[in-house]
Design a protein. Structure first.
Length: 118
């Protein structure tokens, strides 16, 4: 019975991962829940009352929280990396195969390295 519960928990997590097309927050939460459930089941089975289901539930909750926090941090870093020096949105120039941004104050365009684009 314990094995069925653990398998069902892991299968649910895998299905949720397949459906997630969002950012790192969601993927981190699902991955953390899966790893936490697996670790919690093993620890719960080998200690205390030997209840793998309770250990899996506690591990899944803790892992989801930790994974979500780590994923959110990664999302914030990704968002900052895709901006110009003053927070401008980057635009891709496919002919030059480079990114540039438009300075809001002057209206001029610059390559990501700060070089004037024209």
């Amino acid at each position: 019975m314990k094995i069925i519960l653990i398998a069902a928990t892991l299968a649910t997590g895998l299905v949720a991962t397949a459906c997630t097309q969002s950012g790192n927050t969601e993927r981190g939460a699902v991955t953390g829940a899966l790893l936490g459930a697996a670790a919690g089941a093993v620890i719960g089975n080998n200690t205390g009352s030997g209840d793998a289901g309770q250990g899996a539930a506690i591990g899944a909750a803790g892992g989801a929280i930790a994974g979500g926090v780590a994923g959110a941090s990664s999302d914030r870093n990704d968002q900052r990396a895709n901006r110009g020096p003053n927070g401008e949105e980057l635009v891709y120039d496919r002919y030059a195969d480079r990114y540039y941004y438009v300075d809001r104050r002057s209206g001029r365009t610059y390559w990501v390295n700060g070089e004037y684009r024209g």
